[in-house]
Design a protein around this ligand. Structure first.
Ligand SMILES: *Cc1c(COP(=O)(O)O)cnc(C)c1O
Length: 375
């Protein structure tokens, strides 16, 4: 309702354009080549093509053990196998992440404990962390969103001093950097999704990485029925050979994605001069991957900004998923704990696409629409 006033003013200034598509075309010229190789060498989750895929990711990140799994939520479930816990133990999570991160731990009988994030960043707030950590805390999960790094370096130090393992859910943060390193290097375990909607796609899929051989062995066993030795529980969470083949081809496109997305971001930021909005601050020493551009209102209600963009055909993940603190969901209400920074952060921003299919006209339209926002 309130958005309509802003919309009518802006509608006069911004010429109409067809709705911008936020789905990314991931097809790669080498897809068929690798798929054929998979067809010739085997399609199971233990086929050579899967090992090759894991090896390539391991080389890219400089992290020793990489385990390809069937989805991003499988990656979280498997990461939990890399740490020790019993049913009823606690795992610390931010309330600003997708519910996909929290469901795998609930499915295992672990209790999510919500910890607030820092102001204007999706990383966990150290002061609040000190409040929520307990003798039953078995893991801390950090979930930086839309490609923007968190202060995972500081969090790593805190987690170590607490003696609690740090899991990074980097589904949004493929090749995001911090202090000249991969963000993934700051966790005991890092997990990724390669779902079609993510930075890199194998359709469905994910992977988990760690430098710790003991964690790797436990996680790997879990993805293959506990190695079928009848001593421990496990399921089949392996990634199939066809997806690994596509993943191998698409790893080659990562640098191109980084480059084009950085260029699109620079193009937009050069043209955006509306004092009512700014890019979400990037932590010092951090480099985003360009998964999306996060724009934050400097005052007023961010929902009005989201509605304004939507009315002009610019899609937003925040609009699509109605991002709000997870404890607002019925399923998570029992774990409710008001987290002011997370609540305000989610309410202050929107995602703007940066993907390589955007044309100059699309980018000009986005900049003009953002500039026409009048609060
Ligand atoms: C998408 C996502 C997941 C789940 O990944 P799937 O591949 O869809 O299972 C988990 N965590 C985060 C942060 C995500 O964005």
């Amino acid at each position: 309702m309130s958005a309509s006033t802003g919309m009518s003013t802006a509608a006069r200034q911004v010429p109409p354009r067809p709705r911008i598509d936020d789905s990314v075309q991931h097809r790669h010229p080498q897809d068929e080549l690798y798929l054929r190789r998979a067809l010739e060498t085997g399609l199971t989750g233990t086929a050579p093509i899967v090992e090759q895929y894991e090896q390539r990711i391991s080389e890219r990140y400089g992290i020793k053990h990489v385990l390809a799994v069937s989805s991003g939520s499988a990656a979280v479930a498997v990461a939990l196998e890399g740490v020790d816990w019993e049913v009823g133990d606690e795992v610390i999570v931010p309330p600003s992440c997708p519910i996909c991160t929290v469901l795998p731990l609930m499915a295992r009988g672990l209790k999510p404990v919500f910890c607030d994030v820092r102001p204007h960043n999706f990383g966990l707030d150290p002061e609040d962390l000190a409040r929520v950590v307990s003798p039953r805390t078995r893991a801390i999960i950090e979930v930086p969103m839309w490609g923007y790094p968190s202060r995972a370096d500081e969090l790593q130090g805190i987690a170590r001093s607490l003696g609690v393992p740090l899991i990074l859910d980097l589904a949004h943060c493929h090749v995001t950097r911090l202090q000249g390193r991969w963000l993934a290097e700051f966790g005991d375990i890092a997990c990724f999704s390669t779902h079609e909607g993510k930075f890199m796609s194998t359709g469905e899929g994910g992977f988990v990485m760690t430098n710790d051989p003991a964690r790797d062995a436990k996680m790997r066993a879990y993805t293959r029925f506990g190695n079928l030795d009848g001593k421990k529980v496990g399921l089949n969470y392996k990634l199939g050979g066809l997806q690994a083949a596509v993943g191998l081809a698409r790893l080659d496109a990562i640098d191109w994605h980084l480059e084009v997305r950085a260029r699109n971001r620079a193009y937009l930021l050069e043209r955006i001069d509306n004092p009512l909005v700014r890019e979400l601050p990037i932590v010092e020493g951090g480099v985003i991957n360009g998964y999306a551009l996060l724009m934050q209102v400097t005052r007023g209600d961010g929902r009005r900004f989201v509605e304004h963009l939507d009315a002009h055909g610019i899609p937003s993940d925040v609009k699509k998923y109605d991002n709000q603190p997870l404890y607002n969901y019925e399923l998570l209400a029992p774990y409710r704990r008001d987290c002011k920074n997370a609540r305000e952060l989610l309410r202050s921003l929107t995602t703007i696409p940066l993907h390589p299919q955007l044309s100059d006209e699309d980018l000009q339209h986005i900049a003009a629409t953002v500039n026409a926002y009048d609060g």
